[in-house]
Design a protein around this ligand. Structure first.
Ligand SMILES: NC(=O)C1=CN([C@@H]2O[C@H](COP(=O)(O)OP(=O)(O)OC[C@H]3O[C@@H](n4cnc5c(N)ncnc54)[C@H](O)[C@@H]3O)[C@@H](O)[C@H]2O)C=CC1
Length: 374
């Protein structure tokens, strides 16, 4: 069997550089080729392939970048292997995918394609497939490929935002701050990730804060077309924005809109694990009406005196509280340099908040957030 040590990262990166300028077209060609040769594989994918093509492109760039680091490469491919279980991918499908990737590379690299590249790519693909298959097999001994969740409550907080409470058919293990993939009956095979908005609890219930986006198939279905009693499919939990268990530092959470979800879970967990620390939550919204969870947060703050909630509104001139983009008001409070900081919200808000925190002297390693393309 090929091993991670036999990868040729230099050649893999050369191949990637040849293909990258044609990334979009070559990925469309890859799926076209895959489905033409294996029509049954088409049924594993949603009718619109746009998101899938984006995911494939991200995965390729990450795999290429990690090909010179066996540990990162193995960790990445193992995660992909586990995550692909929910798509119903079986070991036999990897051969078909391997053939389609090679055909794509030959077509797009043209005359630059060499025998050395063909060998390096084949080794890389076989190694990657072996790691994915093994990780999926190991995972199958511990967890189902997906969970069925029953919506037990659907609370429409604003015309665009709903808070869903979901009961999985069996315990779904996760850590506060993590997210899961969700599929609705309305859009078969379309999976989107949503952060779990509560810390793990004995009743096993999961809460999700969802805003219906104009082009959001799944978010629109979850907010507007889902009722108590409906079933959802849920994938395994992932994500690295979790509490630093070793740290006793105070915690600052900076939330933009429904980015509040994972931060509420983290705040609950932080308060539960150490009663002697302060947890500040800045909850940013565009208008006062968008502060969709303020009542629940205030109730929590009343029960937990060391929990401090500050609503921040960016487009409400009449709002009596703190006004401005939540990313830009951090210097109006106390010194945050001794805090663990967690940030979630729109990508622009997250990057601006991180930049401002760094300028205020918060060490980078204490600022936690999810990548925008999770
Ligand atoms: N784990 C995570 O990181 C999670 C992220 N999200 C993301 O959070 C976002 C929530 O969206 P909405 O509720 O529509 O938020 P929104 O667009 O209503 O904005 C919320 C807050 O962020 C500020 N803001 C928005 N864009 C900004 C920018 N470019 N620079 C500085 N501040 C900015 C607004 O002023 C407001 O205070 C979605 O993009 C969603 O994908 C949601 C859940 C979890």
């Amino acid at each position: 069997m090929e091993t991670v040590e036999s990868l040729k990262p230099g050649v893999i990166k050369e191949i990637y550089a040849l293909i990258e300028p044609h990334a979009e077209k070559s990925i469309a060609y890859f799926y076209g080729r895959l489905f033409a040769e294996n029509p049954r594989l088409r049924t594993f994918f949603p009718s619109s392939m746009a998101a899938q093509r984006r995911r494939m492109s991200d995965a390729l760039s990450q795999i290429t970048a990690s090909s010179d680091n066996p540990e990162t490469f193995t960790r990445l491919l193992s995660r992909l292997g586990r995550e692909h279980r929910k798509f119903g991918i079986a070991p036999a499908h990897y051969d078909a995918m391997g053939r389609a990737t090679l055909a794509t590379l030959r077509a797009y690299a043209g005359e630059s394609w060499t025998a050395e590249m063909e060998a390096a790519w084949t080794t890389m693909f076989d190694t990657a497939a072996a790691i994915m298959i093994q990780a999926a097999e190991d995972d199958a001994a511990q967890a189902p490929p997906w969970w069925v969740g029953e919506v037990v409550e659907h609370d429409r907080r604003t015309p665009d935002i709903a808070v869903l409470t979901v009961r999985p058919n069996e315990p779904l293990p996760y850590r506060a701050g993590q997210y899961v993939s969700v599929q609705t009956a309305r859009w078969p095979r379309v999976w989107r990730t949503y952060s779990i908005a509560n810390a793990p609890a004995e009743d096993g219930l999961l809460r999700f804060h969802v805003r219906a986006l104009p082009a959001g198939w799944v978010s629109g279905a979850l907010v507007r077309h889902t009722r108590a009693g409906d079933a959802l499919l849920l994938g395994r939990a992932s994500g690295g924005m979790v509490l630093d268990a070793e740290s006793g530092r105070d915690v600052l959470c900076v939330a933009g809109g429904t980015g509040l979800g994972p931060l509420k879970a983290l705040a609950e967990e932080a308060l539960r694990t150490r009663e002697d620390r302060d947890v500040h939550l800045l909850f940013g919204a565009r208008t006062p009406a968008d502060l969709y969870d303020l009542r629940a947060l205030r109730a929590l703050a009343e029960a937990r005196p060391r929990f401090h909630v500050v609503p921040v509104v960016s487009e409400g001139p009449a709002f009596g509280g703190v006004r401005g983009p939540v990313s830009d008001v951090l210097d109006r409070f106390q010194d945050w340099t001794g805090h663990d900081v967690y940030v979630a919200g729109p990508p622009g808000m997250v990057s601006r908040t991180v930049m401002n925190l760094q300028e205020l002297g918060v060490p980078t390693e204490r600022i936690h957030y999810d990548p925008a393309d999770r």
